[in-house]
Design a protein around this ligand. Sequence first.
Ligand code: 1CP
Length: 336
Amino acid sequence: MNKINNCLINLNNSCVPIWFMRQAGRYLPEFRNIRSQNPDFLKLCLDSNLASEITLQPIERFDLDAAIIFSDILVVPHAMGQLIEFREGKGPWVPSFNLNKLLNTEVNEFIEKLQPVYEAINKTRNKLSKDKSLIAFVAAPWTLLIYLLNLKVENKLDLRQLERHENNIESIIKKLDEFLKIHILNQKKAGADTIQIFDSWAGLISSHNISKYCYTPNRSLSVFCRQNKIPVICFPKGLNENLKKFAETVKPNGINLDYEVDPKWVNKNFNNLCLQGGMKPELLLDDEDKVLKETDRYLDIFKSKPYIFNLGHGILPQTDPEIIKKIVAKVRTMKR
Ligand code: 1CP
């Protein structure tokens, strides 16, 4: 069993595996080179040879313990008939949400559109050594809703948009749940070892709606993964103290901490699951000394827990790849 899954399934704490969210992205010159020749981002995600090549770039450079498949959370709504635009520097945009198309998506059509993702996973798994995990991912329904319904304006929830769509939200979540499970299972069948569920915008949900929009949909996906023996890591970003209720309700194998939760509080209050990440990505733009000190701080706090080193969100595009190399070297010196 690879180190990541040994941590997640057996709660083994004899070593600290390491990988990074967004490790295959924009901060790497070798990625930028491919990206500059491929202006259509979605098309690039659905090119199985290039997606596999990009997935392996950070493994070749840093010898990390996991590769995360180069794809996007929005390939799912794309395969459910939605038009997704990736605007430069601004993130994804859905210009005209089509409820009918989404609710009437056919399973075969959906799988057909996502075939290149499964091929990319298969090709990558064949090239990746056995001791490394290949992580596949989906977003939780709420985070997809944020983009589908344009629910956020400048990182704040637009309550008028939420109210406007309120009557349809339940049926959209139900349909997304069904198709996200299909995508999870097909990624596993194609060779993925582990699933990460991103709920990047969970922090925008009011406490009144948190069960309905966050805990329940994440729980449904997490239970599905466990039933299918797929180790699952959840990343509900921005929950603060609600993270404890989330862990108790959703019961994933692992939780990726964001940079706002206090790692000491987590260490005291979370047991019987694997913890991952936490360090603030902005810090990686600071002096090397500070970065390595903070790396040490996380390693020290979680020294007796099953812990996978990662950040509290994705690597920023301005990050110098050399600092990643130094963090990896530091984590590798950790003896337990
Ligand atoms: O312009 C470009 O070059 C495209 C930038 C880019 C990249 C490299 C986007 C657009 N997506 C990706 C790849 C991607 N997205 C991966 C690849 C694997 C890796 O981690 O290296 C992953 C895991 C994602 C997941 C993703 N996409 C999330 C969840 C994680 C997170 O960062 O919170 C989210 C919210 C998205 C939506 C998205 N897609 C792209 C961008 C710039 C965004 C975020 C926009 C926003 O903040 O609203």
